[in-house]
Design a protein around this ligand. Structure first.
Ligand code: SF4
Length: 413
């Protein structure tokens, strides 16, 4: 008699497309570094600020939150945060802010590994408070430091339905930035250029969405941990052809993975959702732990936050307003719960993990009973992990490891 054993799951290989990432991101940083020598102006922009408008005016656009993530991922953050604390920025506020300002004060940054000499000096800083107030305070530090303008959009928070009056207000605020931006740029806004950039930005967003949605397949060909690496071009290069080219190649590779049954986590048996900020300095360890538990973190609010379905080349200001107000972080509890409910169905979730990031209350959604309400409604268990995006002194690795293990055991039962 012969016993039949199931064939082992196909071995997971790293995504081939990632090899192109270094060149794509490297070019981006080189352009930022060389911009001033070539007469190009630099605008700092919050992650969900009006990047399309800035690009249309010919600015090189720099996103300091990306630098914050680099400081977290390289674990440089903990060394530099105290410098910002000593200047009066509390250890309790956004650790992107404190690590970025600390890095500036210390003159140490992972940007140097990307060929840059340091923080690119801004000609103008442009914020959108759709995510938090911290971004404005963060930008105002540099505005004072360099004596340059800091302007922006004040988006209402906790939005339920996106009424026309709100969209109209945010669109008008965005348009009102144009004269000041034209003055710094030394050129007039060309509406046809804004249209072109918005077409590219929308295409980037559609591809990024398609990339993330391949994880709705079982097994998922890409995980949240891959997503935190792959999202680079969607964050810093939306509106540029290089981001579109990158995601076209990545999407093709992921479709092939789906066809071949290649999983991000070989032997995937459970699927969970990550709500909240990444713990940048511990992504590798967490990814390894989840893989060893044959559990794939298939989707996250964080990676999906760079999907902007509402961008509209034919009505760019209202399109930007709608896209940037629809952002999860500035929505009401009801709207957020509806969103996670849809994600649970689409990604066939077994569990939801909430990261309570101590220095980012704005992106920690476990504090007002949401996990309990959603668990009662969806019948999907949840776990809360206490930690932080960048400040690892606020994260207990031992406790998180034990809790994740117990949670996965609970899900498996
Ligand atoms: S949303 Fe959170 S992490 Fe992002 S800038 Fe604001 S406080 Fe910092």
């Amino acid at each position: 008699m012969t016993t039949q054993t199931a064939p082992p799951p196909p071995e997971r290989k790293d995504l081939e497309t990632t090899k192109k990432m270094r060149a794509v991101m490297g070019n981006y940083f080189m352009e930022l570094e060389n911009g001033p020598k070539q007469g190009k102006k630099t605008a700092w922009c919050t992650s969900v600020g009006p990047a399309e408008l800035l690009r249309a005016l010919g600015y090189n656009v720099y996103f300091p939150e990306n630098h914050g993530a680099m400081l977290g991922a390289t674990r440089m953050a903990c060394d530099v945060i105290p410098l910002a604390n000593a200047r009066g920025y509390s250890p309790d506020i956004c650790s992107y802010l404190t690590s970025d300002i600390g890095s500036y004060l210390k003159g140490e940054t992972p940007l140097k590994k990307m060929g840059m000499s340091g923080h690119p000096k801004a000609d103008v800083l442009v914020f959108n408070t759709n995510q938090c107030r911290d971004v404005k305070d963060w930008f105002q530090f540099y505005a004072r430091e360099w004596n340059v303008p800091c302007i922006g959009i004040h988006t209402p928070r906790s939005l339920g339905d996106l009424d026309d009056s709100i969209i109209e207000d945010v669109a008008r605020q965005t348009e009102a930035l144009v004269p000041a931006l034209e003055q710094v740029a030394g050129r007039k806004l060309d509406p046809s250029r804004l249209r072109e950039i918005t077409v590219l930005s929308k295409r980037c967003t559609e591809l990024w969405k398609a990339v993330l949605e391949t994880a709705a397949n079982v097994p998922a060909p890409i995980s949240f941990f891959d997503g935190t690496i792959q999202m680079g071009p969607a964050v810093v290069l939306r509106g540029e052809p290089s981001a579109v080219e990158y995601y076209e190649v990545l999407l093709a590779e992921l479709k092939q993975r789906v066809a071949d049954g290649i999983a991000a986590v070989p032997g995937e048996r459970l699927r969970v959702y990550w709500e909240g900020m990444p713990i940048w300095g511990k992504l590798r360890d967490l990814s390894t732990q989840f893989a060893s538990l044959k559990t794939c973190v298939v989707a996250s609010t964080y990676c999906h936050s760079w999907i902007f379905d509402d961008l509209d080349p034919d009505d760019p200001f209202r399109g930007m307003a709608r896209a940037y107000c629809r952002l999860f972080i500035c929505r009401s509890e009801d709207a957020k719960e509806r969103y996670i409910e849809e994600m649970a169905a689409k990604y066939k979730l077994d569990g939801i993990i909430y990261h309570d990031a101590k220095t980012c209350p704005n992106n920690s959604n476990n504090r007002y009973q949401m996990p309990q309400r959603l668990e009662a409604k969806l019948g999907i268990p949840h776990l809360v992990i206490n930690g932080d995006l960048n400040d690892l002194r606020l994260y207990s690795e031992e406790q998180a490891r034990t809790n994740i293990e117990a949670f996965v055991e609970q899900l498996a039962q």
